[in-house]
Design a protein around this ligand. Structure first.
Ligand SMILES: Cc1cc2nc3c(=O)[nH]c(=O)nc-3n(C[C@H](O)[C@H](O)[C@H](O)COP(=O)(O)O)c2cc1C
Length: 278
């Protein structure tokens, strides 16, 4: 479908390709004529003749004397790009890429590993960890960047137990049920009702928090019924006590604590949920 994507040539010093190998790769990719001389002058000339939009990405950290030829090729491409508008040159630092790749892997791994935890130890996680989890929520995307989502971090056990009781009542379970599975921390997420995307925004905040908790070795779970709680006058006055003005809807609770169980295996992924249009 996306026909206008530019062709991209990536020259990455980490591949340790020789000058000849890179020139051959560029010549093959751009279908240079047979008389292409496999040297820098010829590269300059042939890049000048390129008549379709291409991006040449140079990945280098500039510290490796072994990859001087990568730098020169980048310079040639840069010079030609000044007068041949079909050529765009992008420079990426290989150190940044390594960092980004390892971060991405950690994030992807956390996304697959994270599970809803349903048995917690009573021990309180450190405030530092909780702050990091809450901060991960603050960095969630939000519609029009409204950031109209707030978090009430409840570590006070008296209030925590009261919320548990109220949540249990809303759920219609027997009084002895703790819907928070013993988690000592309840992060209540609320969205400002006047914003169009508040439910989505709040959901994303909880998603970020659960991933952050997992990445810190803590367990978490989304517990529902915050909406019903905050529809009551009692919970509305809690907002007032905290100095929170305006109309807020409870989106959910992110219960957090140390796991008192093994990390569960992921439930099987349901099939046929992805449709590609290529
Ligand atoms: C919107 C939402 C509401 C949820 N509410 C509850 C809840 O009230 N109680 C509960 O035990 N789990 C709740 N969960 C957790 C889901 O049951 C859980 O995410 C699902 O079983 C998949 O398991 P996983 O999180 O380990 O992948 C909720 C999850 C979401 C996204």
């Amino acid at each position: 479908m996306l026909k206008d994507i530019k062709k991209e040539i990536v020259i990455d010093e980490r591949e340790n390709k020789t000058e000849n190998e890179i020139l051959k790769y560029i010549a093959d990719q751009l279908q240079f004529p047979g008389y292409f001389g496999m040297n820098f002058d010829a590269l300059n000339d042939c890049l000048g003749d390129v008549n379709e939009p291409i991006t040449i990405t140079i990945i280098q950290n500039g510290m490796n004397p072994e990859s001087e030829h990568v730098r020169i090729i980048g310079e040639i491409a840069e010079t030609v790009s000044k007068w041949n508008s079909n050529i765009t040159v992008k420079h990426l630092n290989s150190d940044d890429i390594i960092k980004r790749e390892s971060n991405t892997n950690t994030i992807l791994q956390a996304m697959k590993e994270r599970r809803s935890i349903r048995k917690f130890k009573p021990d309180m996680p450190s405030k530092e960890d909780l702050e990091q989890i809450i901060e991960a929520g603050l960095y969630a995307a939000s519609g029009r960047n409204e950031q109209a989502v707030i978090t009430i971090a409840v570590t006070n056990q008296e209030l925590r137990n009261k919320i548990s009781k109220d949540n249990c009542k809303i759920g219609g379970w027997s009084e002895s049920t703790d819907p928070f599975y013993g988690a000592p921390v309840i992060l209540i997420v609320l969205g400002r009702k006047s914003r169009i995307t508040y439910v989505y925004d709040g959901s994303l905040v909880i998603g970020n928090m659960m991933l952050a908790a997992h990445s810190l070795g803590l367990g978490s779970i989304w517990i529902h019924r915050a909406k019903e709680e905050f529809e009551t006058e009692e919970y509305q006055s809690l907002l007032k006590e905290l100095g929170i003005e305006g109309e807020w809807e409870g989106i959910g609770h992110c219960a957090v604590g140390y796991m008192d169980c093994e990390l569960p295996d992921p439930p099987a992924r349901k099939e046929n949920r992805v449709y590609w249009i290529e």
